[in-house]
Design a protein around this ligand. Structure first.
Ligand code: GDP
Ligand code: IMO
Ligand code: MG
Length: 420
């Protein structure tokens, strides 16, 4: 049996906290896509930890953490992260497994990411510059190196060949930066990676499922950043939606039971691209301040706005969401009035659809006002104790999307979550 937790917006919905919360119910937590562009924040023993590559089940002693074939893996980030997790007394090597089909991010992928963004100038995607796009391009272009290749004697030769190809591209970009220091740490990290549990991921996970083990698939980024269904070209390079669970782990669709979609009670986006409900005013600033909306990976300020129900309903549809988990509801505690986007005016015409190419249209959000609850909710632990106006806000969202909110997160802490 497999359940999934994935983001329904533009990432940073609080997936890390939610996976950590549900982890005790599962035997395996498996990341199915994305790479070190992800930053998943957890609080362990009151201490903040941000995970980029390791699944968010890392702090549960008996949970297996699998990095699936759909992930792109930066060995340097992984090594540093393993050291960080070990500081909490966790035996990372024991519980961490990596699929042999997982593609490796090379130092030249990072350089290519940077060179490509520089060339785009104003049209840049706002990439995290972790080499994600170029690594996935080498996967679909059938050039990439995979974790299983590390076990082969020809790895260094294959590396040199690919590096040469990248160098030609970098020369075309006129990219001059010296990356020899990156390469040095890369080869050190490659040795470390070789010492980890490299497995035949698709058999590994299917055999566990057949033995009755429970799997939680952890997504990175969010549905509106999906390569196919997001706000292309301002997206990431993988399928962040439920279909990515099958491709990224090697499991069949009928094995998936619950799809838990995570949404903030409002909306944020980091990087460039369309964001219909964005607030570039004092209210947006207030959301950023109260929500501490700064990127977990890059530290960039996140763009903030009201909840976008058109996008949320779309994400529920694409993913087949069975439960919505609403995070950061407490960030709205101080607002006297809230707004929700219930439609778009696309070039002056009303619509409740996500357009083909958002950047080609003038999109105005149609906003519905609702009274705020104006109450501190951060210590509330039961649904009955939540303010009536918060329940009305949630009920309205349920009615719009047709999927029920099952949990409301009211603070970053492990215990700050209310079951509806
Ligand atoms: P992820 O990438 O989806 O895992 O999300 P991030 O970790 O990038 O960003 C979510 C941020 O919100 C982190 O700083 C979390 O600690 C924090 N957070 C998660 N849930 C809540 C919540 O319910 N309330 C508040 N105030 N913060 C939360
Ligand atoms: P988590 O898992 C928020 C954004 C970048 C950029 C675009 C492409 O923490 O939710 P990339 O580095 O993939 O080439 O960047 O996607 N982005 C994210 N935004 N959360 C993330 O991950 C993101 N990963 C990538 O800001 O706009
Ligand atoms: Mg994040």
């Amino acid at each position: 049996m497999v359940d999934a937790i994935l983001g329904l917006q533009w990432g940073d919905e609080g997936k890390g906290k939610i996976v950590d919360y549900f982890a005790p119910n599962y035997d395996i937590i498996a990341r199915f896509q994305g790479g070190p562009n992800a930053g998943h924040t957890l609080y362990v023993d009151g201490k903040k930890v941000v995970l980029h590559q390791i699944p968010s089940g890392a702090f549960h002693q008996n949970t297996i953490n699998l990095i699936g074939n759909g992930v792109v893996l930066d060995p340097v980030t992984l090594q540093k992260e393993c050291a960080k997790v070990a500081e909490f007394g966790v035996d990372v090597k024991k519980n961490l497994f990596i699929s042999h089909r997982t593609h490796i991010i090379l130092p030249t992928h990072r350089a290519l990411d940077k060179a490509s963004e520089l060339q785009k100038g104003h049209d840049k995607i706002g990439s995290t510059l972790k080499g994600i796009g170029p690594a996935y391009m080498d996967k679909t272009g059938r050039n990439g190196l995979r974790v299983g290749d590390l076990l082969d004697k020809s790895f260094t030769t294959s590396y040199i060949k690919l590096r040469l190809k990248h160098q030609r591209l970098l020369d075309n970009f006129n990219f001059q930066e010296d990356i020899s220091a990156w390469e040095e740490e890369f080869f050190e990290a490659i040795e470390f990676l070789r010492s980890l549990n490299i497995v035949n991921g698709e058999y590994f996970i299917n055999e566990k499922i057949a033995a009755g083990k429970k799997v939680l698939a952890e997504g990175a980024q969010g549905s509106m950043l999906d390569i196919d269904f997001g706000t292309f070209p301002f997206v990431t390079s993988s399928n962040t939606t439920t279909s990515g669970v099958c491709n990224g782990l090697g499991i069949a669709p009928q094995k998936i039971r619950e799809v838990m979609g995570v949404t903030k009670a409002y909306c944020t986006r980091v990087g460039s691209g369309p964001f219909p409900t964005e607030l570039e005013d004092a209210t947006g600033e207030e959301l950023r301040k109260l929500g501490n909306e700064f990127g977990a990976t890059t530290g960039r300020p996140r763009r903030c706005g009201w909840i976008d129900l058109v996008a949320l309903k779309y994400a529920c549809m694409i993913n087949g969401v069975t439960k919505v988990i609403m995070t950061k509801a407490d960030v709205l505690d101080k607002f006297k009035e809230l707004k929700l986007c219930t439609g778009y005016e696309v070039d002056g015409k009303s619509s409740e659809y996500i357009p083909f190419q958002m950047t080609r249209h003038q999109i105005q959000p149609v906003l519905k006002g609702m009274p705020g609850w104006d109450t501190d909710t951060t210590a509330i632990t039961s649904y009955t104790a939540l303010p009536a106006k918060m329940k009305e806000y949630v009920d309205f969202i349920n009615g719009y999307t047709g999927v029920k909110v099952s949990h409301i997160s009211n603070g970053p802490g492990r215990d700050q979550i209310v079951t509806v």
